[in-house]
Write a protein that binds this ligand. Structure first.
Ligand SMILES: Cc1cc2nc3c(=O)[nH]c(=O)nc-3n(C[C@H](O)[C@H](O)[C@H](O)COP(=O)(O)OP(=O)(O)OC[C@H]3O[C@@H](n4cnc5c(N)ncnc54)[C@H](O)[C@@H]3O)c2cc1C
Length: 469
C-alpha cells in the first residue's frame, strides 16, 4: 500500500463508523466490482460509509492527502466512474434510508439508494418517483445526470422532481441546495452529475401511481422500418400518459416468443400508459396495430412489476459499451442504417434502444436546470451487451461504426448518463450553453477538482487536472 493511502486508512480507522475494506480483507472481493464488467479496477481502499459524518471524514482525509477518490452509489456508471485504480472508493451502499410523507406527496432518501429501495418504500404509500427502468440502478448517479424512465413524459425527469439536496462538499462541510438556498448549486445538481459534492439526501416530489397499462410485441422483417417511421410520426402528437419505447435487437429465446422467431432481427415495442386504463387501451391497441406483432402482451401491471421487469436483462458483471445521441427528427436514412446494422450485430444481447422524451420533460425551460438537452426528443442508445472478453473488439467496433454512420444526422449533445468512459471530449458537448455556468459553480464548490471521476466539469483553477484514473 502506498504512503498516501496508508495515511488515509490510519486517519479513518480512528473515527470511521462504517467499513474500511482493503485488498485481501473480508468483503473486499464482493465490494470491489461494479456493474460494467469491462471496468475491472482495484481501489486500495473502499470506505463504506455508515452515516453522513463518515462521508465528511472520508472526503476531508482524502482531499488533504491528495488520494484519487471515486464515489459510488449503485455502481452502474456505464463509464465505470464508481471505482478507480489505486485510490479510494467512497461507497454509499449502507446509506439507503427512505422516508415518505403520503399527505404531502414528498420523499426523502439517502445517497446510497438504488431505484428499487425508493420504489418499494414509496409504493407502500401509493406514490412513485419518476426514475429509470432497472431497479438495481443507483438513484444518485441517475438523478444527478437527469434521469428518465416510464414516468418522464407524464411527470418530468428525475432531476425535475427534486426539491432539495443535502451534500458534502469538497472541504467536507455540509451544504443544502434548493430554490432559495444556494440556488446556483441547486441548478447545477439537476443534470450536472457528481461534480459538486456527495449528495447524502434528496428531497423529492412523488406522484400517485400504483399500476399502469402495459403492452409489448415484436415486429419482423419489413414491419421493422415501418414501425420506426410510424413511431417517429406518432410520438410528437401522443398524450403525455403514453410512453412507447422501441428496441432493435435479435428476438430473445424466451418461451413467449415463437421458436421460428428466436434470434431473428426484430423491433421490440414496449408501451406504457399512465392513467385511466380504459382510455389507455385504445392507444395501446392503435399503436400495436402498426405492424403484425408476435409475442404480444397487454395487461394492467403493478408499478413495482413494471420497474423490475427489465432487471434480468442487464445483470452485474457482463461486458457493456455504449454510444448515445439525440435526433431532432429521425430521418429515413438513419432508420435504414439502424435496421441494416441489426443484420451484423455481434451479440444477441445488444440493442439499439430508442426513446421519445417530450411531454413534461420538454416543458421545463432549457435554462432552468443544468440537464443537457430537452429540445431533441429522440434519444438513441447503442448498447453493446456481451459476456466474453475475447469478443470485446467486435462488439465495441460494431457500436462505434454504427455511431459514426448516425452521427451526422444527430443533433449535437448527449445524455451524460449514457456516455462511455472514452468520451471525455463530449462532456462540453453534453452541456453546451450551460457549460460556462457549470464551470463557475464547480469553481466555487470544488476548486481543486477533487470530484473528478465523473463526466468532468473542470474548475477554472484546476483546468488540466481532469484525469480519470
Ligand atoms: C442497467 C442500467 C439501466 C439504466 N437505466 C437508465 C434509465 O432507465 N434511465 C436513465 O436515465 N439512466 C439509466 N441508466 C444510466 C444511469 O443513469 C447511470 O448509469 C448512472 O450513473 C447510474 O447511477 P449509479 O449511482 O448506479 O452509478 P455510480 O457508478 O455509483 O455513480 C455514477 C456517477 O455518479 C456519481 N455519484 C454517485 N452517487 C453519488 C452521490 N451520492 N453524490 C454525488 N455523486 C454521486 C459518481 O461519482 C459517478 O460519477 C441505466 C444504467 C444501467 C447500467
Amino acid at each position: 500500500m502506498n504512503t498516501a493511502i496508508e495515511e488515509v486508512y490510519s486517519s479513518l480507522k480512528e473515527q470511521f463508523r462504517g467499513d474500511l475494506l482493503r485488498p485481501g480483507e473480508d468483503e473486499y472481493a464482493d465490494a470491489r466490482p461494479i456493474w460494467n464488467g469491462m471496468v475491472a479496477r482495484t481501489p486500495r481502499l473502499i470506505a463504506r460509509c455508515a452515516e453522513v459524518s463518515d462521508v465528511q471524514t472520508a472526503v476531508r482525509v482524502a482531499a488533504a492527502s491528495g488520494v484519487l477518490t471515486a464515489v459510488r452509489c449503485g455502481g452502474h456508471s456505464l463509464a465505470g466512474f464508481g471505482t478507480c485504480d489505486g485510490g479510494m472508493v467512497v461507497d454509499l451502499s449502507r446509506m439507503r434510508q427512505v422516508t415518505v410523507d403520503r399527505e404531502a406527496a414528498r420523499g426523502w432518501f439517502a445517497g446510497g439508494c438504488l431505484l428499487g429501495s425508493v420504489d418499494v418504500a414509496t409504493q407502500k404509500e401509493g406514490l412513485a418517483f419518476p426514475a429509470g427502468v432497472v431497479s438495481h440502478t443507483g438513484a444518485s448517479g441517475l438523478i444527478l445526470g437527469g434521469g428518465f424512465g416510464w414516468l418522464t413524459r407524464r411527470h418530468g425527469l428525475s432531476c425535475d422532481n427534486v426539491e432539495g439536496f443535502t451534500l458534502v462538499t469538497a472541504d467536507g462541510s455540509i451544504a443544502h441546495a434548493d430554490r432559495k438556498e444556494n440556488a446556483d448549486l441547486f441548478w447545477a445538481l439537476r443534470g450536472g452529475g457528481g461534480n459538486f459534492g456527495i449528495v447524502t439526501e434528496f428531497e423529492v416530489k412523488l406522484h400517485p401511481v400504483t399500476s399502469v397499462l402495459f403492452g409489448e410485441g415484436l415486429c419482423l422483417r419489413d414491419d421493422i422500418p415501418r414501425v420506426l417511421r410510424r413511431w417517429r410520426e406518432f410520438m410528437p402528437e401522443a398524450p403525455d400518459n403514453l410512453k412507447w419505447n422501441l428496441s432493435l435487437r435479435l428476438a430473445p429465446y424466451t418461451e413467449n416468443v415463437p421458436a421460428d422467431v428466436h434470434g431473428s432481427p426484430v423491433v421490440s415495442e414496449s408501451v406504457v400508459w399512465i392513467g385511466d386504463p380504459e382510455e389507455g387501451r385504445r392507444y395501446l391497441d392503435y399503436v400495436l396495430s402498426f405492424c403484425t406483432p408476435v409475442a404480444v402482451t397487454k395487461k394492467v401491471m403493478s408499478f413495482l412489476a413494471l420497474q423490475t421487469m427489465a432487471d434480468d436483462e442487464f445483470p452485474h458483471g457482463r461486458r457493456y459499451y455504449t454510444k448515445s445521441g439525440y435526433f431532432m427528427s429521425l430521418d429515413d436514412s438513419s432508420i435504414d442504417q439502424m435496421v441494416q446494422a441489426l443484420t451484423t450485430v455481434p451479440s444477441p444481447m445488444s440493442q439499439i434502444e430508442l426513446a421519445y422524451l417530450g411531454g413534461a420533460a420538454a416543458r421545463v425551460g432549457a435554462a432552468e436546470t443544468a440537464f443537457g438537452d430537452r429540445s431533441s426528443p429522440f434519444v438513441v442508445n447503442l448498447l453493446g451487451n456481451w459476456s466474453d472478453a475475447s469478443d470485446d473488439a467486435g462488439n465495441v467496433s460494431w457500436i462505434r461504426n454504427l455511431f459514426k454512420v448516425l452521427r451526422p444526422s444527430m443533433t449535437p449533445g448527449v445524455y451524460v448518463n449514457f456516455m462511455s468512459g472514452d468520451e471525455e471530449d463530449r462532456v462540453a458537448e453534453a452541456y453546451r450553453e450551460r457549460w460556462e455556468r457549470l464551470v463557475a459553480v464547480k469553481s466555487h464548490y470544488d476548486p481543486t477538482n477533487f470530484f473528478r471521476l465523473n463526466q468532468n466539469i473542470p474548475a477554472h483553477k484546476a483546468v488540466g487536472k481532469s484525469d480519470h484514473d
